[in-house]
Design a protein around this ligand. Sequence first.
Ligand SMILES: NC(=O)C1=CN([C@@H]2O[C@H](COP(=O)(O)OP(=O)(O)OC[C@H]3O[C@@H](n4cnc5c(N)ncnc54)[C@H](O)[C@@H]3O)[C@@H](O)[C@H]2O)C=CC1
Ligand SMILES: CC(C)CC(=O)C(=O)O
Ligand SMILES: [Mg+2]
Length: 357
Amino acid sequence: MATKHILIVPGDGIGQEVTAVGKKVLDKIAAKFGHTFTYDEALIGHVAIEATGNPLPDESLEKMRKSDAVLFGAVGHPKYDNDPSAKVRPEQGLLKMRKELGLYANLRPIKLFDELLGASSIKPEILKGADILFFRELTGDIYFGEKGRKNDGDTAYDIAEYSRYEVERIARKAFEAARTRRKKLCSVDKANVIETSRLWREVIQKIAPEYPDVEVEHQFVDATAMLLIKDPRRFDVVVTANLFGDILTDEASQIAGSMGMLASASVGDGTGVYEPIHGSAHDITGKGVANPLASILSAALLLDISFGMKAESEAVINAVDQVLKAGFRTRDIADQQIPADKILGTEAIGAEVLKHL
Ligand SMILES: NC(=O)C1=CN([C@@H]2O[C@H](COP(=O)(O)OP(=O)(O)OC[C@H]3O[C@@H](n4cnc5c(N)ncnc54)[C@H](O)[C@@H]3O)[C@@H](O)[C@H]2O)C=CC1
Ligand SMILES: CC(C)CC(=O)C(=O)O
Ligand SMILES: [Mg+2]
């Protein structure tokens, strides 16, 4: 029995809807296993700008630092997406949170529940058994380098930068994880063109001999985008830079059936942040149809990684599996065989998960 303090940071759009369900799952776990979880909430993104003018107020950051873990939703609003000139943006809050908390490793497991074999646009025989763990570097690369305009605003630049230690620390995490899995590591870069990628490959090659039990391959990012769809089972652990990892994991979500199925853990020097990989999804916000399973599975990662609660984490994953086995789906993961009465909204599928806890 443990006492833990969890900060709920729903953010914007469907972040609000799915995080509410993730929190209920944490509550149920605490009751079932006899833990005491206390909660607080904090603002980030568009809602924080509206309330304070700042996408990550100091108060939110302070609360994050003082928590045992953070369950985060998503940020973003069409107001800014459609206004390239906006100087203050919701996404700045997210990037600042990652940098300030030292969350340099973003673990994105791509695990297909067997029941969802028919939900993907990829053929079932290509998909069955696919199980990939992405390590996306999260506090460097083009997202954090100097950016700006010159020539009276007619030229724009974003500088991509990596230091040796940044590559090494994420690579070591990926090597260690590969050791506990199928012992295969694929490092993804664009070393044929980009200097940061050449440093990336140099570092991986240098430390690989320290992990002789792990088979290492290097792939270029463009080829990886193709191989993920052609033969997803060839991958075990994948380690890559921030931008490449962002793009490749949205693509890889189709292996698991939907963006609404992919959870992630952002970890590093401080409080761990657990978050679906998807964004605020303006197109479905307020409709009650968002898939909350990514948030629920992020709560499972939180229990496992930040609290070391393996049985509790497995109970959550098992409950999701049971709900899928019972035939329930949200709209994004419902193939044509699913009858209409089995297609549930955000809260209703969350309630089904709770019944299995
Ligand atoms: N981590 C974060 O906070 C992220 C924020 N964003 C922000 O989110 C906003 C929307 O960006 P998009 O490119 O549309 O990406 P998105 O991930 O929000 O949505 C992409 C597509 O996937 C669907 N989708 C996403 N999550 C779903 C769920 N749980 N259930 C069912 N369907 C789901 C959406 O309806 C949409 O069609 C932007 O403002 C963007 O900057 C985007 C990605 C990550
Ligand atoms: C808005 C981006 C900075 C975040 C993103 O797309 C992600 O973390 O996957
Ligand atoms: Mg993304």
